[in-house]
Design a binder for this molecule. Structure first.
Ligand code: 13P
Length: 342
């Protein structure tokens, strides 16, 4: 099965009332972990790469690894998505490479750090929507800014500084015709999201629910949605790591989000923690080992376990077979004829 459009997956998820995890990758082992988890749970899947990941993998390696994934896992509807594109040029280069979905994060300026104006966000998002839809490619946009920094990208801070304004979100979707909308509700990228189990003071599910009321057919995206499980923190610390205790987004809050229009859930940190814990354990317990396969295999297995667990929790498990891929050219035609709802 060739790579499919993210819009198709999210439309299916909306019909079925479930969410789809979007997992970040930089290398072969992470792609293998995700595809194995998808096969085991029969899930459609979104694989995403940031600018940092594209530069780490030199683009072409990433592309060919993804082609291999579609050849080896033909039964899995798979999206290749650009995470946090910082400019129309970055998004267009991903589209040219073959990504079937891009995020234009115009909530920040091109430096990926400075919060932008509404007008800037609308302008760059519209430009990407025009270029992407002409090729059937999906566009995720962002309004409001997340906290934290990931791969050098992010507004920093706790995540409470630039929450999404629901009225502005409503206007933004009208102004841009984006396919999916990332919103800021107090989450941030990375491991250090919350200093205690989050409640409504710091994780603004009420804002999410209000946005969904105003935009009932828009696919909402939750970024910074790793749960940062204590067990994964403990494994790292047990084998010589030094993580400070921290809290992520509880899975039950994500499930509440899914009941309220969230269709895409971004997870990176949980997988990083799982990989690092598994590698540390091998190094700690068998310091005489030096074959990379001795630690990359358990790392791959640990990430697969986390991804499979999330696929079940988000509800995408068992849904792969329901999706009959729409060719990208047909998606382009559907956008042209305005058959894809805003
Ligand atoms: P986490 O750091 O919570 O995994 O978030 C990842 C993310 O949102 C990627 O865009």
């Amino acid at each position: 099965m060739p790579l499919v459009s993210m819009r198709q997956l999210l439309d299916e998820a909306a019909k079925g009332g479930y969410g789809v995890g979007a997992f970040n990758v930089n290398n072969m082992e992470q792609i293998q972990s995700i595809m194995e988890a998808a096969r085991e749970t029969e899930s459609p899947v979104i694989v995403q790469a940031s600018r940092g990941a594209r530069s780490y993998s030199q683009d072409r390696f990433l592309w060919h690894l993804m082609v291999a994934a579609t050849e080896l896992y033909p039964e899995i509807p798979t999206v290749l998505h650009l995470d946090h594109g910082n400019s129309p040029a970055t998004c267009k280069s991903a589209i040219d490479l073959g990504f079937t979905s891009v995020m234009m994060d115009g909530s920040l300026m091109e430096d990926g750090k400075t919060p932008s104006s509404y007008e800037h966000n609308v302008k760059v998002t519209r430009e990407v929507v025009a270029a992407a839809h002409a090729k059937g490619v999906t566009v995720e946009a962002e309004i409001g800014c997340l906290g934290g920094i990931e791969d050098g990208h992010g507004a920093g801070g706790s995540g409470m500084e630039h929450l999404t304004d629901p009225a502005q979100a409503e206007q933004f979707v009208k102004d841009t015709n984006c396919d999916a909308l990332a919103i800021a509700i107090g989450t941030s990228h990375g491991a250090y999201k919350f200093t205690r189990k989050p409640d409504g003071e710091v994780l603004k599910m009420d804002v999410l629910i209000e946005i969904h009321k105003r935009l009932p057919t828009t696919h909402l995206v939750m970024h910074g949605s790793s749960s940062v499980p204590k067990e994964l923190q403990d494994i790292i610390n047990q084998y010589g790591g030094k993580l400070k205790q921290t809290w992520g987004v509880p899975v039950e809050e994500i499930q509440l989000g899914i009941k309220n229009g969230v269709r895409k859930i971004n997870v990176d940190t949980d997988n990083r923690l799982a990989i690092t814990g598994a590698i540390r354990k091998v190094f700690f317990e068998t310091p005489e080992k030096f074959d990379p396969r001795d630690y990359l295999k358990p790392a791959r297995e640990a990430m697969k376990k986390v991804v499979a667990e999330r696929m079940v929790q988000f509800g995408q498990a068992g849904r792969a077979k329901e999706i009959k891929p729409i060719p990208m050219a047909e998606m382009a035609e559907m956008y042209k004829k305005q058959l894809v709802n805003a």
